[in-house]
Design a protein around this ligand. Structure first.
Ligand code: PMP
Length: 438
């Protein structure tokens, strides 16, 4: 496509979560990508250290996904999902159900992680309503990121994401986050901090367990810097939920599909929630799609209480289970299985983490947290939160590597197809960039 940053206008596109002015003064456009590499608009080669945004473990522009989407588009470019469908949606739901923990036999399709969270919220509400429960409170956690729709932003524990939007949902109780300033450079699950799960018990003691509908957690908080749960923490949340009839929702938008070990965090930590959200790697990032999966029990309560012939769950999106997305999802899941992506992630993780933790004594580095194929490298602040991280992201790009920074924390999440030489290249570029920071 003929597009030139010097002659075309960059003004009209309002970029999400971006310093638009800064970006447009120093634009960084990707014009081509393949495997672990991308090409920028000046022709530079950029290694992808973030799998896009945790999206593409099997690499950019995977030919099998392109072919599957192309074939699906030949079949049909759109089918209404309300009261009609197409074979690919059923096939993908079945394939996912086989991958998910036992009993997770029901999959609802959406178009993003944010929609998955708002759908999960409504699923929780529909369940309690069908049960005749009067539970209107939700428990979430500081530093949680659950997307940007009103439900998700209400559950998110990020001040910046909420400060311009005061009219969020009421009745959200926040647990404390699990980052411990006295225990830096933790690799894997922190050994201390299980008592933080008692924040859920305190909410039960304060408000009454029978008023709480659900507890939402990212098993590993991803966007806010890779915070793995303390040993025993998720188990204790599960126990408190069970004792009080509270549903446990795992937001697996980042942790799903092998990112932190196991196929899902539920497998990796051996704790099964009642509802799981997913997106991103579901289609290897190729076509927007998310999903919410739940158990026979929750599905049946919602469905069975509906009058015969009635719509069971009064919810859905025009593009739920779009043929292109289903085809991409089916192809992605086949690649993950056929090319043993889960095994590759597990095998590469120790090498990746050994490499990242070599930065522990770098004068710019404050903390490193890593698990599986994800690591947060938090830089020392220069007093203006996020400024050094923002600079690092730009400098790193021009040094030939893409990494997403949130605030001052670089979020490394390499593709599972990355070889050791790719990890070495990433570390070299990262170190060079950190050396150049002031
Ligand atoms: N939940 C989690 C845990 C996420 O990390 C994200 C996105 N980073 C979302 C929800 C929202 O996903 P989306 O941007 O696709 O709406």
């Amino acid at each position: 496509m003929a597009f030139d940053v010097k002659t075309n206008s960059l003004a009209e596109y309002w970029m999400p979560f971006t310093d638009n002015k800064g970006f447009k003064e120093n634009p960084r456009l990707i014009t081509q990508a393949s495997g672990v590499y991308m090409t920028d608009h000046k022709g530079g080669k950029v290694i992808d250290g973030s799998s896009g945004l945790f999206c593409s473990p099997a690499g950019h522009c995977h030919p099998k996904i392109i072919e599957a989407v192309h074939d699906a588009m030949q079949m049909t470019t759109y089918v209404s999902p309300f009261g009609s469908s197409h074979p690919l949606s059923f096939a993908l739901a079945e394939k996912l159900a086989r991958l998910l923990p036992e009993d997770f036999n029901h999959v609802f399709f959406v178009n993003s992680g944010s929609e998955a969270i708002d759908t999960a919220l409504k699923m929780v509400m529909a369940y309690h309503s069908a049960m005749g429960n009067d539970r209107t409170r939700f428990v979430s956690r500081e530093r949680a990121y659950h997307g940007v729709n009103i439900g998700g932003v209400s559950l998110s524990g990020l001040v910046n994401n909420r400060k311009s939007f005061p009219a969020v949902m009421p009745n959200i109780v926040m647990m404390r986050h699990t980052w411990n300033a006295d225990e830096l450079m933790v690799r894997g699950q922190p050994q201390t901090g299980v008592e933080l799960a008692e924040d859920l018990q305190r909410a039960v003691d304060t408000f009454g367990g029978q008023t709480i509908a659900a507890c939402f957690v990212e098993p590993v908080a991803g966007s806010t810097g890779i915070l793995a749960p303390p040993v025993g923490y998720l188990e204790r949340l599960r126990q408190i939920c069970d004792e009080n009839g509270i549903l446990l929702v795992f937001d697996e938008v980042i942790t799903g599909f092998g990112r932190i070990g196991g196929k899902f965090a539920a497998d990796a930590f051996g704790v099964t929630p009642d509802i799981m959200t997913m997106a991103k790697a579901l289609t290897n990032g190729s076509i927007p799609m998310g999903a919410v999966a739940t158990t026979d029990n929750i599905h049946d309560v919602i469905s069975d209480k509906a009058a015969p012939g009635a719509i069971e769950f009064f919810h859905g999106y025009t593009y739920s289970g779009h043929p292109a997305a289903c085809a991409a999802g089916l192809a992605a899941l086949s690649i993950y299985e056929d090319d043993d992506m889960y095994g590759r992630a597990a095998t590469m993780s120790p090498y990746f983490l050994d490499s990242v933790y070599q930065l522990r004594d770098h004068p710019m580095v404050k903390d490193i947290r890593g698990i599986g194929m994800a690591a947060g490298v938090e830089l020392k602040s220069n007093g203006k939160p996020g400024q050094r991280g923002g600079q690092a992201q730009v400098d790193l790009f021009w040094n030939g590597m893409h990494v997403k920074f949130t605030g001052d924390c670089g979020i490394l999440s390499p593709m599972f197809i990355s070889e050791k030489s790719h990890i070495d290249e990433m570390m070299e570029k990262l170190k060079k960039t950190l050396d150049g920071l002031t």
